[in-house]
Design a protein around this ligand. Structure first.
Ligand SMILES: [Zn+2]
Length: 289
């Protein structure tokens, strides 16, 4: 009798336990992230999930299906200047039964370990620019700010990112910079040394979003990789592509130069992810499907 009861309880309980386990959406994301970092967020465990979207620190996290039913990956960016504090990742999933579910995860943002760089340049670059130049800078900032806020819905790349140029790194991401002793903005990209004219290739597939001659970054090229991910190529001597053109990973798109605020010829390689200033080196080797 006792054995029969145990069996019956087991028969009743086991399906309930299974039902609970299979319905739970797992969010795989680090509990601690660093300023300027890029992190893969994976959703799995519930094959009735049809789509997902996320928000972290007021910015979007776009999810894409991996091919395994109910499994999605997205890239989460942490801004270089994000406050070191606990923020919440909010993920909203839509299920095949029409139900929408919201899940949250607390993530601690930690300070990046950035060095100081002191540069000596022509006084022109250390002093406040004249009125006409300030207007120009304001106009250019407006154009790029609007660009970074534009998120092409579809992801335009599938293979891993590659460096656009192989060479010595003369300026790491995040450096606290002083120009002629005066504090300047932290370094928002990676400087790669090369002689003027060296070809620069696209870090991945995308669309040429903007080509512009800018005061600080000189001749500049912006590639849209979709879903709020952009890579930037600054201080160029020449651009080999035009706005709106599709580019392929590894395609020659520009040539190294020394235009804008520089101490010599190099490529400044930058990235933005959902408006966040992120370290482009963090894109390398990221598996997202
Ligand atoms: Zn730079």
């Amino acid at each position: 009798m006792k054995n029969l009861r145990t069996v019956l309880v087991g028969v009743v309980l086991i399906p309930l336990v299974f039902a609970t386990v299979t319905a739970a959406v797992n969010i795989d994301v680090p509990g601690r992230v660093t300023q300027g970092g890029i992190y893969v967020v994976t959703l799995s465990g519930d094959d009735t999930v049809m789509s997902a979207r996320g928000i972290f620190a007021r910015r979007n996290v776009h999810f894409n299906p991996t091919g395994v039913s109910g499994s999605f990956t997205g890239l989460l960016g942490v801004d270089l200047s994000a406050s070191p504090e606990v923020r919440t990742l909010v993920v909203t999933v839509k299920k095949s039964n029409g139900i929408t579910e919201t899940l949250t995860r607390s993530i601690t943002i930690t300070r990046g370990d950035f060095s100081v760089q002191r540069l000596t340049m022509d006084e022109k670059w250390a002093n406040k620019p004249d009125e006409a130049t300030l207007k120009r800078i304001e106009r250019e900032t407006g154009v790029v700010t609007a660009l970074y806020a534009t998120e092409t819905p579809r992801r335009l790349w599938s293979e891993a990112f590659m460096m656009p140029l192989i060479g010595g790194i003369t300026g790491a991401f995040g450096l606290a910079r002083y120009i002629n002793g005066k504090p300047s903005s932290p370094h928002s990209g990676i400087d790669i040394a090369a002689v003027t004219g060296t070809p620069v290739v696209a870090a991945n597939d995308g669309t040429v979003a903007l080509v512009m001659d800018m005061y600080y970054s000189g001749l500049s090229l912006f590639i849209d990789h979709g879903q709020g991910l952009y890579t930037m190529y600054f201080h160029l001597s020449d651009v080999l592509v035009t706005g709106g053109e599709s580019v392929k990973r590894g395609q020659a798109i520009a040539r190294v130069g020394a235009t804008g605020r520089v101490t010599g010829a190099h490529l400044h390689f930058g990235a933005r992810l959902n408006y966040n200033k992120v370290n482009p080196a963090e894109l390398m080797g990221k598996r997202i499907d």
